[in-house]
Design a protein around this ligand. Sequence first.
Ligand code: CO8
Length: 259
Amino acid sequence: MDYNFLKIEKIDGGITILKISAPKSLNALNSIILTELDNFIESIDPATRVLIITGDGEKSFVAGADISEMAHLDEQEGYEFGKLGAAVFRKIEVLPIPVIAAINGFALGGGCELAMACDIRIASVKAKFGQPEVGLGIIPGFSGTYRLPKLIGQGYAKEMIYTGKIIRADEALRIGLVNSIHEPEELMPAAVEMAKKMLACAPTAICLAKLSINENYDLNAPEALELESKLFGKCFATADQKEGMDAFLNKRPANFEGK
Ligand code: CO8
C-alpha cells in the first residue's frame, strides 16, 4: 500500500521502521495521517516481528495533533477526532509484536501520547516532551490522561498536564517516561540493536508476555496473577518453548519459528 505521510523500511528479516513524515507541520497528526496509520497497522506485514516508530527529519517525532485541523471542530467533531486517535493508538498498543518508539525530537501532545502507546520509548538527547493541550484550551485527547499517570505516576503527570510544561530528554529519563537517551546519530542504531535482541527470542513468548502485561494493567492482583498463569501455561503448547528449552539443554542456539 502507498502512503503519503508514512515511510516504511524493512530491515534484518523482521524489523519494520515506520517514519511519520509531514515535515511542514513537524509531523503533526491530522486525520489523514491517523487514517494512514490505521491502515498500516491493520495491514502490517505478518513477517514483522518488531516495529520501530520514529519521526521523519531531525527536529520532531510528532509535534502533536494538527492544530490547524482542530481549530474549527465542534463538540461532536472533537469527540470523533479524539476517538479516531485513541483507537489507532490502542491498535498500536495491542499489536502482538513489540513496538519501540525512537523519539528523535518533539513529542508533544498527541506525539507524546503516540509514544506512550508503544511498548518501549527511547529518545534522542534532543527530544522534548510535553502535554501542552491546556494551553490550547483542550485536554490530552489521544489517551494521555489515561496512560501518562500510569506510566510516570499521578503527581508528575498532573503537573505536566496542568502546566503544559515541556521537559527535556534527561528529565523524561529521570521520571521514567523513556528508558534511555542517546546522541541523535545513535538513536536508530540503539533501537535496532534492541529490536535485534528481541528477534533472537521466541516470538510466541514475547507476544504472550506483552498480552499478560497489557491485560494485567487494569486487573486486580488475583485476576492478574491468574491471567499470567494461564498465558504461562499456553507457552508450553508452543513449538518455540520446546525448541528454546531443547536448545538450552543441548547447548546450541535456538531456532524459533514463532509457532
Ligand atoms: N499542528 C499543526 N501545525 C504544527 C504543529 C501542530 N501540532 N506543530 C508545529 N506545527 C507547524 C507550525 O505551525 C509551523 O508551520 P508554518 O511553518 O506553516 O508556520 C511548522 O510546524 C514549524 O513549527 P514552528 O515554526 O512553530 O517551529 P518551532 O521550532 O519554532 O517550534 C514547536 C516547534 C515548539 C513544536 C511549536 O511548533 C509548537 O509549539 N507546536 C505545537 C505543539 C503543540 O501544542 N502540540 C500539541 C497539540 S494538541 C494535541 O496534540 C492534542 C491531542 C489530542 C487531540 C484530541 C482532539 C479532540
